[in-house]
Design a protein. Structure first.
Length: 405
């Protein structure tokens, strides 16, 4: 039962369906349809299906729904299936699971995954009314709210390719893994991200940092500039020498709102000494430090690792070794660099003679074939971030024409 889609004008895509439900049997489907009719929901989708059907449907629409009901009947590994479902749902989605077992252990496990409630069939409209408050837009009671992850990127020195790597990883997560991604350029005077994407800044970052006391998801959504249906940019171009029109600590509230509505919030840390950089590290769950193969970079890497990891939130830090230029003579080999910093390199990114510069100047994604080595490195970093190493390995082997047995 699909009662129609709606869109709002603006820079971001509106939520296209408010209520989505997949039932394993006709009786449950009928109850769900009656509930939708009783609530007069204008944008709903009810159908026969399982969690895999729900995942396939979510991948086809631009925004996740407000409510999502899935039937666990017939699922051999419901927790694993729901974990896969969580990967394609925005953190703000309120999920209710339907099942036939009155199992406390299962219920607790579902709550830990972020499921708001578990209803035991047979389902009734009355039970749905007690659980799903369509008018208030929430599940009652709300338990264990999910949130996205803030990921910070910084460089050991200027020119090591932080924005190139961070931006292309954000594009990969949005386009290839179907995550909803917010890219935040913390260089308030203007970084290179907008040029690389072929868009213009609307000074949204300054706007939200100035107005943290009245932020809500709708306010923040209006400040984002869309690049496609899943990648959104928050940036500013404050005049050089102009005073900062916001207070210290303002970034925290902005990140709270963004994390409620995006799978990943990518923080492009421009100036390492900027107070905003310190705030970004305080609220990041993961930090990627980009370095090149130079003695100065190795020294700065050691200092920055201590600076990042000596924080109360204890973010996980990973080292990326980039080759932003063609010169190789005189550079320490990767093994010597890792020995010097006492840390393994998660990924070394190869130099691309032309494809990356061309793509950045045109505001386009790097050509798949011309920038093959670079794109493979970005895919591997993405698999590390999302925990999909097996999928990334399979994709890599397929690109090489190798069939894994």
């Amino acid at each position: 039962m699909s009662t129609g889609f709606s869109f709002r004008k603006g820079t971001t895509a509106a939520r296209v369906v408010d209520f989505i439900a997949f039932a394993a049997d006709r009786d449950t489907e009928a109850v769900l349809k009656n509930y939708v009719l009783e609530q007069a929901m204008p944008h709903a989708h009810v159908a026969i299906g399982n969690i895999d059907d729900a995942i396939a449907y979510l991948l086809k629409i631009e925004r996740s729904p407000l409510f999502l009901l899935v039937d666990l009947h017939g699922s051999a590994m419901p927790l694993s299936a729901l974990a896969r479902l969580a990967e394609v749902c925005e953190p703000s989605v309120q999920v209710v699971a339907l099942g036939e077992r009155n199992d406390v252990g299962l219920y607790r496990s579902l709550l830990k995954l972020g499921v708001r409630d578990y209803l035991v069939k047979p389902l009734t409209v009355e039970l749905l009314n007690r659980t799903v408050s369509a008018n208030e837009g929430k599940i009652a009671p709300v338990v264990n709210t999910r949130a996205g992850k803030a990921i910070a990127f910084l460089g050991s020195r200027g020119g090591v390719g932080v924005t190139t790597i961070c931006l292309n990883l954000a594009r990969h997560l949005a386009e290839d893994t179907h995550r909803r991604v917010a890219y935040v350029d913390l260089n308030v005077c203007g970084g290179a991200a907008n040029t690389m994407l072929g868009i213009q800044s609307n000074n949204g970052l300054i706007d939200v940092l100035q107005n943290v006391h009245r932020l809500d998801p709708q306010y923040v959504e209006r400040t984002l500039v869309a690049k496609g249906s899943r990648l959104f940019v928050l940036s500013s171009e404050l005049d050089y020498g102009a005073p900062r029109p916001f207070q210290a600590g303002a970034l925290k509230r902005v990140l709270e709102v963004l994390r409620d509505n995006f799978h990943y919030v990518m923080l492009d840390v421009g100036n390492r000494a900027d107070p905003l950089a310190g705030e970004a590290f305080d609220y990041a769950s993961r930090v990627y430090l980009v370095a090149d193969r130079s003695v100065h970079s190795a020294r700065e890497t050691l200092r920055l690792l201590r600076y990042v990891e000596d924080r109360d939130n204890n973010p996980a830090a990973s080292l990326l070794l980039n080759n932003p230029n063609a010169a190789t003579a005189g550079k320490p080999p990767p093994v010597d660099f890792m020995t010097a910093v006492g840390r393994p390199v998660l990924q070394e990114i190869p130099f691309e003679a032309k494809a990356i510069s061309l793509a950045e100047n045109l505001g386009e994604a790097p050509d798949e074939k011309a920038a093959n080595g670079f794109n493979q490195a970005i895919t591997r970093i993405g698999s590390d971030l999302t925990g999909q190493q097996i999928v990334a390995e399979r994709t890599f082997l397929q690109k090489l024409g190798i069939r894994k047995r």
